[in-house]
Design a protein around this ligand. Structure first.
Ligand code: OOG
Ligand code: NI
Length: 316
C-alpha cells in the first residue's frame, strides 16, 4: 500500500470536476456495446428487472494491437488521466498477449446509481504482441495502424463513437489474422469497442448474488455460456469466480464489399469472495476492498475464448 507521501506525489487520485464527463464517455461506450450486442443487452435488462435496477460493474475490458503506439497505453491514458492507477500485468505467452488492469480512484465507490452510474469499475486492457506474429499478419496490422494517422491518441473517443480509427480491411486480411490469432482478427474489425462489461454478482441483492445461481438463471433463460475449461472459472485461491456468455456476432461489410458475420462482444459475471482475514466481518460491514481483488491469468485465458469460432459455433 502507498504511504501518504507517495500519494501526495501522484498526479491525481480523484476525478473531481471531471466526473460527469468521464461517466458520460463510459455511458457512450456502453451504448455502442448495447446497440451491437443483443445478448448483452437482453441479459442486462433481465438482471435489472430481477434486481430492481441496481447492478454494479466489476470491470470493463478493451483489446488493442501492441504496435505503433496502438497498444494498452493508447486506451489506458484516458483512465490514468481520470484518476485510475495501474496495477498488475498478466501474461499469456501461448496467445501472444499481455494485459494490465487499472483500479478506479479511491473516492469513486461513492457512485450511487446503477451500472456506469454506480461505483466506478476496474479496467482490463490487453494487447497483442504484434512482433511475435508471422510476417504476413504483422504486415496487415502495421498497414492499418500506420495509415490511420494519430488515431491511437483518440482511443476513448473511437470507443464512445463506435468507430474504427483505421479503414475497414479486406475480407482476406481478416481471414489471414483469424487463421493465426482470433484476438487479432477481432481487434481488426472491432477496434477500441468495449469488449465486455462484467456484472459484479456479489453486489446483487437477490439469490443471483451467487454466481452459480446466476449461471443457471442465464442458461435457463436461453443464453449460452462460454464452456472453455468449464462454465465457472475459479482462481486457485477459490476467491475469484468468473463466467461469460458466448459473444454475439454482427454482420460486417469489408472494404471489398464482402459481407460476413464477425464476432462482437460478450458479457461477463464475477463473484469476489471475502478475503480470509475479513471472514468474521458481519455481512453488512463487508466493503469491496475486503474482497479478493485483481484478475487470474488461467481464468482470463479461458474468458478470451468467449469470442472464438469454437465457442460461437457450439450447438446446444
Ligand atoms: C479479456 C479476457 C479476460 C477477465 O476478466 O479475466 C477477462 C478479453 O476477452 O479481451 O476478461
Ligand atoms: Ni473480464
Amino acid at each position: 500500500c502507498n504511504s501518504p507521501s507517495q500519494h501526495a506525489s501522484q498526479r491525481s487520485l480523484s476525478i473531481e470536476g471531471g466526473e460527469g464527463f468521464f461517466r458520460g464517455v463510459l455511458e457512450s461506450m456502453q451504448s455502442v456495446y448495447l446497440n451491437r450486442n443483443p445478448t448483452a443487452k437482453a441479459i442486462l435488462d433481465l438482471v435489472h428487472s430481477v434486481e430492481n435496477n441496481s447492478i454494479c460493474y466489476d470491470h470493463l475490458a478493451f483489446r488493442t494491437f501492441g504496435v505503433n503506439g496502438y497498444g494498452i497505453d493508447s486506451m489506458a491514458s484516458f483512465f490514468l488521466d481520470y484518476g485510475y492507477s495501474q496495477r498488475e500485468e498478466l501474461r499469456f505467452p501461448a496467445k501472444k498477449l499481455r494485459a494490465l488492469w487499472f483500479s478506479p480512484p479511491a473516492d469513486s465507490q461513492a457512485g450511487s446509481g446503477s451500472g456506469i452510474n454506480g461505483p466506478l469499475p476496474r479496467i482490463f486492457i490487453s494487447e497483442l504482441l504484434v512482433d511475435q506474429m508471422s510476417p504476413q499478419t504483422q504486415e496487415i496490422i502495421r498497414k492499418y495502424t500506420e495509415s490511420s494517422g494519430d488515431g491511437n491518441k483518440y482511443a476513448a473517443l473511437a470507443s464512445s463513437l463506435g468507430h474504427l480509427t483505421w479503414e475497414k480491411p479486406l475480407y482476406s486480411e481478416f481471414q489471414q489474422l483469424a487463421s493465426e490469432s482470433e484476438y487479432a482478427a477481432w481487434t481488426l474489425v472491432n477496434g477500441y469497442a468495449l469488449n465486455h462489461v462484467t456484472i459484479s454478482t456479489h453486489r446483487l441483492n437477490t439469490h443471483l448474488k451467487d454466481i452459480k445461481a446466476l449461471n443457471q438463471f442465464i442458461e435457463e433463460s436461453g443464453f449460452r455460456l462460454n464452456s472453455e475449461g468449464g462454465l465457472l472459472k475459479v482462481s486457485p485461491d477459490g476467491l475469484l469466480q468468473q463466467s461469460s456468455t458466448v459473444a454475439d456476432s454482427i454482420s460486417f461489410q469489408f472494404s471489398d464489399d464482402i459481407i460476413e458475420s464477425v464476432p462482437c462482444s460478450y458479457i461477463e459475471f464475477a463473484e469476489r469472495l471475502v478475503l480470509p482475514q475479513y471472514r468474521n466481518l458481519p455481512d453488512t460491514e463487508v466493503k469491496e476492498f475486503h474482497r479478493r481483488d485483481g484478475f487470474e491469468v488461467a481464468s482470463a485465458d479461458k474468458i478470451f475464448e468467449s469470442t472464438s469460432k469454437e465457442q460461437l459455433s457450439r450447438v446446444g
